[in-house]
Design a protein around this ligand. Structure first.
Ligand code: HEC
Ligand code: HEC
Ligand code: HEC
Ligand code: HEC
Ligand code: HEC
Ligand code: HEC
Ligand code: HEC
Length: 262
């Protein structure tokens, strides 16, 4: 992702020396620091006023913003020092002068266009045949991402809640708890799904048994036979995917048996 951003959007990392310094600070604050220069969306007739200006009326959001992943961004040009809010909302002078309101400012909660402007590869993913209905307006990037506070990825490595909680808020059936858990789910739903979109049904990362064999691979000792999980699967693999054909349909976990059949 970072390469695409660098190349196509004139995003440039600043001097390596500063990066080293920042990565030291990063270790202390437990967040990876990676400053880039960005070009925020434009609002006709408006200029940048800086996040301090927003604070006056949006104190709650501004207060916690320094903990947000995106607060590390810097814009090019005069107000480069502090345009954090305006990287997503656009230049704010006309909005502020009008005393706020729902005009002269972009709200990316209603359309992901602004996000796509920087995250080019995401536009591509949300165009794939199987994707979360974000561009259709049914859910939004902020159902899974925090724009204003903390780790941008809800359930990410530094978050208090897990990814299973984030996804499970809407997908109760897959969340569990189950009597017989599948350990793979504990590692996160993205072990098997790309929530932005894929070419495969159910947004799966792979469409066939390779999805499962990346963990359930074992060295084959008897020639002409395929063993998985210590059991002879020679006749099974031709019948369909591991999760169809009546084999391991309860791939997220089961209340009935450890083989995750139902
Ligand atoms: C990473 C992009 C991003 C940045 C940076 C950002 N915002 Fe937002 N902002 C959003 C999104 C997305 C929404 C929609 C949230 C929703 O629908 O829940 C939003 C919504 C808002 C709203 C509408 C009220 C609300 O909470 O729904 C205000 C006001 C706001 N932001 C102010 C700010 C201020 C002030 C800053 C800087 C301190 C800031 N934003 C920085 C993306 C961003
Ligand atoms: C003079 C006060 C004031 C200032 C300064 C101000 N805002 Fe607002 N803003 C408001 C008011 C009032 C609303 C309307 C709130 C509502 O409708 O709930 C608003 C709404 C918003 C919204 C939501 C718009 C929508 O369509 O839902 C965003 C985003 C926003 N402001 C961002 C910013 C940013 C970024 C800055 C700084 C560049 C800023 N505001 C500066 C008063 C202000
Ligand atoms: C002006 C460009 C820009 C805009 C607009 C923008 N982002 Fe980002 N975003 C970045 C950059 C650059 C990074 C990398 C920051 C870093 O690694 O520290 C990033 C990081 C992220 C990450 C975290 C990636 C990680 O690995 O931790 C997520 C998630 C994200 N953005 C989502 C969004 C969403 C959702 C929106 C729209 C509400 C949005 N971004 C708007 C530039 C932008
Ligand atoms: C259904 C939940 C969900 C939605 C909706 C969603 N994301 Fe994500 N996103 C995630 C998860 C989970 C990750 C972490 C991926 C991982 O750990 O492999 C992520 C990671 C990212 C990253 C970091 C790069 C990467 O691929 O790991 C970016 C950038 C990002 N998302 C942008 C967006 C944007 C922009 C939108 C809206 C257009 C969006 N996301 C909508 C769940 C979602
Ligand atoms: C805000 C609610 C919400 C959240 C959070 C959410 N999803 Fe979804 N998910 C949806 C909706 C809506 C659909 C589309 C359902 C449809 O089209 O019938 C969907 C569809 C899916 C599908 C495809 C189902 C199918 O029938 O093809 C998968 C897989 C999925 N989500 C996984 C995830 C994962 C993994 C996460 C967490 C990273 C997540 N979801 C977070 C709302 C959500
Ligand atoms: C070990 C791989 C794996 C993991 C981990 C995983 N899934 Fe799945 N998921 C699958 C497979 C395979 C299917 C397709 C099942 C089918 O078509 O019968 C699926 C289907 C789904 C569906 C569609 C269900 C339906 O009946 O249409 C949703 C929603 C879903 N998963 C959400 C999640 C969520 C949320 C998580 C994390 C809590 C998760 N998945 C973790 C492999 C996985
Ligand atoms: C991230 C790694 C990972 C992935 C991917 C994965 N699994 Fe697992 N699975 C495990 C672990 C770990 C266990 C528990 C230890 C064991 O039994 O090997 C397990 C256990 C199982 C079991 C129970 C075995 C028993 O009899 O107790 C079945 C069945 C299973 N997985 C099927 C699948 C299927 C089907 C897929 C593909 C949709 C899949 N797994 C993908 C890691 C994974």
């Amino acid at each position: 992702m970072k390469h695409a951003l660098n190349r196509k959007l004139l995003l440039r990392t600043i001097a390596p020396g500063i990066l080293i310094l920042l990565s030291i600070i990063g270790l202390i604050s437990c967040v990876s620091i990676d400053r880039v220069v960005v070009v925020p969306p434009e609002i006709p007739g408006a200029h940048f006023v800086g996040s301090k200006n927003c604070e006056e009326c949006h104190g709650n959001i501004t207060k916690d913003f320094r903990t947000a992943t995106h607060s590390r961004l810097m814009a090019k040009g005069e107000n480069a020092a502090n345009v954090g809010c305006e990287t997503c909302h656009g230049a704010g002078s006309t909005h502020s002068e009008a005393g706020g309101g729902r005009v002269n400012i972009i709200n990316p909660g209603r359309s992901p266009e602004v996000c796509f402007q920087c995250h080019l590869e995401m536009r591509g993913k949300f165009n794939l045949p199987h994707h979360h209905p974000v561009t259709e307006g049914k859910i939004s990037c902020v159902d899974c991402h925090n724009p204003h506070k903390g780790d941008a990825i809800k359930g990410g490595p530094f978050a208090l809640t897990s990814q299973v909680d984030t996804c499970g808020a809407c997908h109760i059936a897959q969340r569990g708890p189950f009597v017989f858990e599948h350990e793979a789910v504990r590692e996160g739903c993205t072990t098997c799904h790309d929530p932005h979109g894929t070419v495969n049904d159910r947004m799966l990362l792979q469409r066939n048994q390779n999805l499962c064999l990346k963990c359930h691979f074992q060295q084959q000792l008897a020639s002409g036979k395929i063993f998985i999980g210590g059991r002879d699967h020679t006749g099974s693999l031709g019948r369909g995917t591991c999760w169809s054909a009546g084999c391991h349909e309860a791939v997220h976990g089961s209340h009935i048996g450890s083989s995750l059949r139902f």
